[in-house]
Design a binder for this molecule. Structure first.
Ligand SMILES: [Cu+2]
Length: 115
């Protein structure tokens, strides 16, 4: 007899997903693993990521950037600055192959393939 009511209540519980607010919580609840991780002055980038929003996490105790292009590129298509430790940020990427680097540490380079 109460079946219909209970079912409706369950449906209401699905809110609260879209957190794009950018605040940097110290305890960043795992809203899913980052696509790109920076650790020990190295980018850890998967073989490819889907186009759209990607998440970059900096696990070092220093500031890194995730910047498109090669060092000195004046107009990167994306340029995240991640103040460690435990910083996370997101950017939009379109399909393509991008060289990436850290503006602060020129030895940090990598390639991001967006499928
Ligand atoms: Cu860096």
């Amino acid at each position: 007899m109460l079946a219909a009511l209970a079912f409706g209540a369950i449906g209401l519980g699905a809110c609260g997903g879209g957190d794009s607010g950018g605040g940097s919580d110290a305890t960043d609840a795992t809203g899913g693993p980052a696509d790109v991780t920076i650790k020990t002055f190295q980018f850890s980038i998967p073989a490819s990521v889907p186009a759209g929003t990607i998440t970059v996490a900096n696990q070092d105790n220093t500031t890194h950037t995730f910047t498109e292009g090669e060092p000195g590129n004046p107009e990167p298509r994306f340029d995240l600055e991640l103040e460690g430790p435990d910083a996370e940020d997101q950017t939009e990427v379109q399909a393509g192959t991008y060289k990436v680097h850290c503006r602060i540490h020129n030895s940090m380079t990598g390639t991001l393939v967006v499928a």
